[in-house]
Design a protein around this ligand. Structure first.
Ligand code: JCF
Length: 675
């Protein structure tokens, strides 16, 4: 290759890489596998190192960072970077809309609603379509020049895409948006830091801010940062509608949040806020609220500003997901399988919308890793309906040197020895069903809704029954008599009768539910269903060797050994006999062996479903379908749950039929699958 051929090839490679970046970051629909992308990048780097005279700052090869700086220069924002007023209630949204409509003297207002990212605001200046300067918000008037760091963020275009005449960009352009760290990247980064003994990032927001403040841009380049643009500052040539301006940004190559919508009046804003609140935990990034902006620029100008915030925009905040409180002590709880889990007792704190007094500490290793000690100030996190956890300790606030937490060597409930399974994080009480805690938990599990579904048999009652010596195993439940029950505290004759009726009703379970209810370690609903379907009867499951068990889909060697161990235990076999004597009989699953209505079909599952994905998969496979991970022209159906992304778009672009969950359930039911 001669010099001019190299120049040509460098240009082609840059254009191709830029196009792949656009597909990946803006359209969220990757056009080539990572390996192919890497190959193009390596070829570009090789050519540029052979012909350094052709290297330009806009080359995608330049995203690796450069020499460290001594400090960041100050940058003055010609148009100040505003802050947003906050609304903390529905009422305040109404008040906002009333102010806007009064100010504009109109009844109805169009707003643009968007998730409010928990990241770092950034201003990007482009001249003739080339990135010149990136600055943080600072105090709104003066920020810091972080251009060399921002250049390493692949989602930020170094050079704008050209569109036809109508969509041409102004020669001088400022784009504002939020740099953030996607949760997946944050977690992957920390996993690696843990493995390599490096420093972990505290949370995605701090991680984004800290990454931008690195003087050495090669370090920033290692951080998985992303970007969404949210406004354009330019003196001329902009659309009247803010929403249209966002579409224009996208056409120039900026990622724009796909959740952004145009809504109408206060009610539209409120509905959007509620919807986003439901979706919050399924988004691939942290948000701390939503932002509403008046869509019309003319209207924005009419409304103007109060001090440093626009009158035409407001942020509605979600309750904080992290708060600081004091850890009073560490308790341990014994679960159904004897697993001993440490629990933090906390000074009550309002977080994620509820008052929290307990939080999980996961396991012993986590306590050591986070260095949690009694009396510490801790950050408690409660995201959505997830169990609250101690996210981290504020060791800087610790007074003195409290002792490290020690796992008890004896079970706090039954006194049996506590042991740690080899290669596992979990400590276990070795007492088995001798341990009152395990007995109670195993009975509760047996009665739970997804197992035998015995309504009215809650924790308080089970504790009473065990304490009174009436119930020692699940088989004893079916020997309970009316007088015994009615004699218990807080238990009338009516509730006694109801419970007996519930027990009676539970005597003809499906085999998979019974199997799940028995509480074999590692045998969840999906595995239980698979065992029942493939082996057909409890006798066969009980008699199966480990070799036979691993033949069953969804069963690996670990599960197989737990199943074998469970049925090798005479006590467990005895309980099953007693259940039969008490009149229980379980129905074998209807086999559709040989009858496979979906044979030959290839399915892809994507997005969030209302059932575990493994379950949907097992059910499809039981009907003869094959389930794969990526969409291609061969795919028969794509089942798209909520917040489905790239796979859904790929299906649409290939013309593959897409089903929603509702339709999917109907389809399964039409083939006799019970849900
Ligand atoms: O996502 C954000 N954090 C965010 C912040 C989004 C916006 O549209 C904003 C903002 C701060 C100020 N808009 C303004 C005017």
């Amino acid at each position: 290759m001669n010099r001019s051929e190299a120049k040509q090839r460098i240009g082609d490679l840059r254009a191709e890489i830029q196009q792949h970046d656009y597909r990946y970051y803006v359209q969220d629909a990757p056009s080539v596998p990572d390996a192919e992308y890497d190959r193009l990048m390596r070829e570009l780097q090789a050519l540029e190192s052979e012909y350094p005279e052709f290297v330009t700052p806009e080359s995608p090869s330049q995203r690796v960072g450069g020499e460290p700086l001594d400090g960041f220069e100050a940058v003055r924002h010609e148009t100040p970077m505003l802050s947003l007023a906050n609304a903390f209630s529905e009422e305040e949204i109404h008040q906002f809309h009333d102010r806007v409509s009064r100010g504009l003297e109109i009844d109805h207002v169009e707003y643009v609603a968007e998730p409010k990212l928990d990241g770092v605001a950034i201003s990007l200046r482009y001249t003739d379509g080339l990135l010149q300067l990136a600055a943080t918000r600072g105090d709104g008037v003066t920020g810091e020049n972080v251009t060399s760091n921002v250049r390493t963020i692949a989602a930020i275009p170094l050079q704008l895409k050209r569109r036809g005449k109508s969509g041409a960009w102004p020669a001088a352009l400022e784009v504002r948006g939020e740099i953030y760290m996607p949760l997946a990247g944050f977690e992957a980064y920390n996993r690696r830091a843990r493995e390599e003994g490096g420093k972990e990032l505290v949370n995605p927001r701090n991680a984004a801010a800290g990454s931008l403040r690195q003087l050495d841009s090669r370090l920033t380049a290692q951080r998985p940062l992303a970007f969404y643009a949210y406004s354009i500052v330019a003196s001329e040539g902009l659309p009247e509608s803010h929403f249209d301006a966002l579409a224009l940004l996208k056409s120039w190559g900026f990622p724009v949040n796909p959740e952004i919508r145009r809504v109408r009046d206060a009610q539209g804003c409120i509905d959007y806020f509620i919807g986003m609140g439901r979706k919050r935990d399924r988004l691939p990034y942290d948000i701390d609220g939503v932002v509403f902006k008046v869509d019309s620029r003319d209207q924005q100008v009419t409304l103007g500003f109060v001090s440093r915030a626009p009158r035409w925009a407001i942020a509605r905040k979600f309750p904080a997901q992290e708060e600081i409180t004091r850890l009073i002590g560490i308790d341990v709880q014994v679960g159904r399988t004897g697993a001993i889990t440490p629990v933090a007792r906390l000074e009550p704190v309002f977080v994620g919308g509820v008052t929290v007094t307990n939080a999980t500490l996961h396991n012993f290793d986590e306590i050591r890793r986070k260095d949690v000690r009694e009396g510490d100030w801790v950050i408690v996190r409660r995201a959505g309906d997830v169990i609250p956890e101690v996210a981290r300790v504020m060791t800087e606030r610790r007074e003195g040197e409290p002792p490290e937490f020690q796992m008890p060597q004896h079970c706090p409930v039954c006194g049996s020895a506590v042991e740690r399974d080899e290669g596992e994080a979990v400590f276990r009480c070795t007492g088995g069903l001798v341990c009152g805690a395990q007995r109670i938990q195993s009975i509760l599990h047996f009665a739970s809704r997804r197992a035998m579904n015995i309504e009215g048999l809650g924790a308080k009652l089970v504790v009473q029954l065990v304490d009174a010596g009436l119930v020692n195993s699940v088989a004893d439940l079916y020997r309970l008599e009316r007088e015994q029950l009615a004699g218990l505290e807080r238990m009338g004759e009516k509730s006694a009768d109801n419970l007996l009726a519930e027990l009676e009703k539970s005597k003809t379970p499906d085999l998979d539910r019974l199997l799940f209810a028995l509480g074999v370690r590692e045998v969840g609903e999906v595995t239980a269903a698979s065992l029942a379907r493939h082996l057909g009867s409890l006798e066969k499951i009980m008699a199966a060797s480990e070799e036979e068990l691993v033949e069953v889909p969804d069963v690996g060697p670990v599960v197989a050994s737990h199943v074998r161990a469970f049925f090798n235990e005479p006590h467990n076999v005895e309980i099953i006999k007693e259940l039969e004597t008490a009149g229980l009989h379980w129905q074998a699953p209807e086999t559709n062996e040989g009858e496979q209505p979906l044979a030959g079909q290839i399915w892809v599952l994507t997005g969030a479903l209302g059932m575990p994905r493994a379950r949907a998969r097992t059910m499809l496979e039981s009907l003869g379908a094959r389930v794969t991970g990526s969409v291609s022209a061969k795919t028969t159906f794509v089942l798209a749950g909520e917040a489905a992304g790239a796979k859904l778009r790929k299906a649409e672009s290939l013309g593959v039929e897409v089903l929603d969950e509702e339709t999917f359930r109907t389809l399964l039911q039409s083939h006799g699958v019970s849900l």
